[in-house]
Write a protein that binds this ligand. Structure first.
Ligand SMILES: [Zn+2]
Length: 300
């Protein structure tokens, strides 16, 4: 499949319900972490604020044809109870991952398999690649703005934009950067890509015609919004359908640098080895020396 076609199968629309009847939608994407030879841990990635506190979560996967292609329009809904408890939460940035191997194994047992296209850590740009990237790169963001999707074909929506600050730099001292793209509610958790087809531009070589390049620059989580008083606040690109809306997004978006995804690997490896999460008082698997409850198990 062509790379952009594959990317349409890398995202998943997440619908959550909350205590008191609230609901929200966000974007998740599939990723394989902890890759070692033929072993890996498949997860869904989204923002912490999308799933935190959710009672139930619903998403759907497109079934596979017998010749390993997406059977477009034929998909299955999964509804998961105690949804918020299924996720690992990043202690410092607005990210969460949910291991999906149990769900896939169970589905396989029921004779079901799905077509989706997980991203891999090799798509995360290296420091050298970031250093060689000129400012103002074209980017593509894939997701479900305002919850909008093609619900007949289970397809996400592509949006284009540019990097508004350089992804190599920590914007205002945080591990994030800004993009200029239409960043709406429901886009929370959208992967942000550099998607160069047949033309790559670097600082060292200028523009080269021929090669293509795909890089996962980061994950959208917030955006500056103008409120009625004329001030500008950065708020989570969120989410609640029942929120009274007085703020106007200004087409900028805050994007968490993709390297933060690798921070989940020690916890995922620990889960894979032990088959359970650490106890609250046990040492954190990340190796910080802190107890789990004070580190990656911290409830934030
Ligand atoms: Zn830790």
């Amino acid at each position: 499949m062509f790379i952009t076609d594959l990317i349409t199968y890398s995202t998943v629309r997440i619908e959550c319900t909350f205590f008191g009847g609230g609901a929200r939608t966000g974007t998740g994407f599939f990723m394989n972490l902890c890759i070692e030879e033929d072993q890996y841990i498949p997860v869904i990635v989204t923002n912490r604020h999308v799933v935190k506190g959710a009672l139930t979560g619903k998403f759907c996967l497109t079934r596979k044809t017998s010749d390993n292609k997406p059977d477009i329009g034929n998909f299955r809904f999964f509804e998961i109870d105690r949804f918020a408890e299924q996720w690992f939460y990043h202690p410092n940035v607005d990210l969460a991952v949910m291991p999906i191997a149990p769900l896939l194994t169970q589905s396989a047992g029921e004779g079901e398999s799905f077509f989706f296209s997980p991203l891999a850590p090799e798509l995360i740009p290296t420091e050298d690649e970031l250093k060689d990237m000129p400012a103002m790169q074209e980017i593509v963001m894939v997701g479900y703005p305002n919850g909008i999707w093609d619900s007949v074909n289970n397809q996400p929506v592509f949006r284009k934009g540019i990097t508004a600050t350089h992804p190599e730099l920590e914007y205002n001292g945080k591990p994030e950067f800004l993009i200029d793209a239409a960043c709406f509610n429901g886009s929370s958790g959208s992967p942000v890509f550099i998607l160069d087809i047949g033309k790559v531009t670097t600082r060292s070589s200028g523009t080269t015609i021929g090669p293509s390049r795909v890089k996962l620059l980061g994950i959208l989580y917030a955006g500056p919004q103008h409120v009625a008083s004329g001030e500008v606040h950065t708020v989570e690109v969120g989410t609640k359908k029942d929120m009274a809306f007085t703020a106007i997004p200004n087409n900028l978006g805050n994007v968490i640098s993709s390297k933060a995804l690798l921070d989940f690997e020690p916890q995922l490896k620990d889960l894979a080895t032990k088959g359970r999460r650490p106890g609250r008082m046990e040492p954190c698997p990340c190796g910080s020396g802190e107890r789990y409850k004070r580190c990656h198990g911290k409830i934030v």
